[in-house]
Design a protein around this ligand. Structure first.
Ligand code: TXA
Ligand code: MG
Length: 341
């Protein structure tokens, strides 16, 4: 299959062409404000199955359904939980996914046997234009090969998906850079399943109590029943093994400098770019600029695969605000190999 790049800047029919492919049951790379998604008609199980094949995604990992208007949630969910309206008023359109009870229209291919479904109303204008033009909600996981870092540019998507999907709608670089926050409203107390563009502090300001799933802090074995099935798989990982060094940035930089060997890659804050002259260095952004770190973290992790580094040392922000999401992606890339200094 030839994967075409549809660029709204060069082709005024780009969105319509992508929508036509979606209506035919094809898979299209879709820009969102968080990361690129691999979109298909969420109501068509055969189209959704193609997403799993293109990604090499495990069959028990359900997909998020993207809508363009809040009222579409009532078509997909029989009993919308009371907190959903308040969350939508605060954070939609935007980087938040709500897990809610699923209705009959959601095919098994989307929900993978669960009785819930994740719903998100993205902020990216091209994503919403595409959902509206397709006339159906769109199921879309992140547009990376399963296990690799997520994609934040059309070039990243092409690298993983060339020949595997019909087209990529090019919306430039994603503004947030890490995936949406996933919060479950299916239990008694709201539960954070994945930190993302909306922070835990922001969620608590709207919901009061929010529990935090233990998958945020540890690797979950493949045999364990988890609330977000995606959390148990190896994730975001470059080919070379990653070790995270946590603590005061001066100390972590000094620790890394004392431990570098041959063919070492270092992911560090901008302030330390000159500390590792013999290494392949990738800069994560200034140490206090969490938004910049979120925007580039996947690009930097992916870039190591274009080099011949044999191991990677990484600095990482503290678990506060957007730092919780950035640190989670780096820790998962490291398989939770973490040294505290
Ligand atoms: O920002 C995002 O959320 C991006 C863009 C494309 O919208 N999408 C994305 O999808 O990150 P994905 O499939 O890569 O991650 C979705 C996560 C997975 O960890 C999955 O297990 C979890 O959400 N999830 C999906 N449906 C669920 C459900 N019904 N119950 C619990 N977890 C669910
Ligand atoms: Mg993903």
């Amino acid at each position: 299959m030839k994967t075409s790049i549809l660029s709204p800047g060069r082709d005024e029919n780009a969105v319509q062409t992508a929508a036509a492919l979606l209506k035919q049951g094809e898979v299209v790379g879709m820009p969102t404000e968080t990361v690129y998604g691999l979109a298909a008609n969420a109501l068509d199980g055969r189209a959704v199955a193609k997403i799993f094949r293109a990604k090499g995604r495990p069959q028990d990992n359900p997909l998020i359904v993207h809508i363009a208007d809040f009222d579409q949630i009532f078509d997909l969910c029989p009993a919308v939980p009371p907190q959903a309206a308040a969350l939508a008023a605060a954070f939609w359109p935007g980087p938040l996914t709500m897990i809610v009870p699923k209705g009959d229209r959601i095919p098994q291919e989307v929900s993978c046997g669960l009785d819930t479904v994740g719903i998100r109303l993205p902020a990216h204008p091209l994503a919403r234009a595409l959902i509206r033009a397709a006339g159906v909600p769109l199921a879309a996981p992140s547009a990376n090969t399963s296990g690799r870092p997520s994609t934040t540019t059309a070039e990243h998507v092409l690298r993983d998906m060339d020949g595997k999907i019909a087209a990529i709608l090019d919306g430039g670089a994603c503004g947030v850079g890490v995936e949406s926050t996933v919060v479950s409203l299916a239990g008694d107390t709201p539960r954070l399943l994945r930190p993302g563009g909306v922070t835990l502090e922001q969620l608590r300001a709207v919901l009061g109590t929010v529990e935090v799933d233990r998958a945020l802090y540890e690797t979950i074995g493949a045999d364990v029943q988890v609330s977000a099935p995606g959390m148990k798989y190896r994730h975001y990982a470059p080919k070379a093994p990653v070790t995270v060094v946590r603590g005061d940035p001066q100390r972590t930089a000094a620790y890394i400098r004392a431990h570098i060997g041959s063919a070492t890659g270092v992911l560090c804050f901008d302030e330390y770019r000159d500390w590792f002259p013999t290494c392949t260095v990738a800069c994560l952004g200034a140490q206090d600029d969490l938004a910049a770190q979120a925007r580039v973290v996947f690009d930097r992790l992916r870039a190591f695969d274009e080099t011949s580094v044999a191991q990677i040392w990484a600095q990482c922000p503290p678990d506060e605000g957007l730092g919780l999401a950035v640190a989670n992606r780096i820790k998962k890339a490291a398989g939770f190999r973490i040294i505290e200094v």
